[in-house]
Design a protein around this ligand. Structure first.
Ligand code: PGA
Length: 249
């Protein structure tokens, strides 16, 4: 995701959606990406589509939605970072709130996965974000800062952060611009504290109910370097509209 001179980053997270019949959607997105070289576009399909999409797409990078911290072993159902690389993956999304909730992952496990991913040559998109209760209790900032400081792997050069408030995912609710700016600013401070100068260049994406209607506004925020998109990435028409917004923001 981080190679090249792209100014903006756009990643579609297909979650548990997508059969071979849906590869045409990804190819449509690839055609749109060919016209927008100023945007680095990635898709994270289910793992069954990783290799076929890596073989077909020319302008869109493909990646995983999770990976195991171990390289191999007796971990039924597990997919290692090396397997993602072997399957044509370029990046992996780690610490997504759905993964954290389903597998009770804490920051320590997320960091172990991120270290394995970087060792395997993958870029890491580290997801962080507070729950509704944490925001209501006034704890959003310390929660997110803790996730960044404890979950970050060692290499800033192959790292991206996605701020995804849990309450904004799939809900249609998006934080106010000022709330996003405040959080991205706090994340940037953490990155500088952790990595020094290299922390300035780590892209910080926003995710949670991103759509073709709010993309331009979100990308207009100075602290937003890109977007992580769930539901709207399943429709090439919607996702390409977001990609165009990213290209011209
Ligand atoms: P959403 O999901 O765009 O459907 O809210 C975002 C995500 O979970 O990454």
């Amino acid at each position: 995701m981080r190679q090249g001179a792209a100014r903006r980053f756009l990643v579609g997270n297909w979650k548990m959606h997508g059969l071979r019949a849906d590869m045409a959607c990804a190819q449509e997105i690839d055609r749109c990406a060919a016209e927008l070289p100023q945007v680095s576009i990635g898709l994270a399909p289910p793992v069954t589509l990783l290799l076929p999409l890596a073989e077909r797409l020319r302008h869109v990078r493909v990646g995983g939605q999770a990976c195991h911290a171990m390289d191999d072993g007796a971990y039924t159902g597990g997919i290692s970072a090396r397997m993602l690389t072997d399957g044509g993956g370029d990046f992996v999304i780690l610490g997504h709130s759905e993964q954290r909730a389903q597998h009770c992952y804490g920051d320590e496990q997320v960091r172990a996965q991120a270290l394995a991913a970087q060792a395997a040559g993958l870029d890491v998109i580290l997801c962080v974000g507070e729950g509704a209760g944490e925001r209501e209790a006034g704890r959003a900032l310390p929660v997110v800062v803790g996730q960044v400081l404890q979950g970050c792997p060692n290499d800033a050069g192959s790292l991206l952060i996605a701020y995804e408030p849990v309450w904004a995912i799939g809900s249609g609710d998006v934080p106010a611009g000022a709330q996003i700016e405040e959080m991205h600013g706090a994340i940037r401070c953490c990155l500088k504290e952790r990595f020094g100068e290299a922390g300035r260049a780590v892209p910080i994406l926003y995710g949670g109910s991103v759509s073709e209607s709010n993309a331009a506004q979100l990308l207009g925020l100075t602290a937003v370097d890109g977007l992580l998109v769930g539901a709207a990435s399943l429709s090439p028409v919607r996702f390409c509209a977001i990609a165009r917004a990213a290209a011209y923001a």
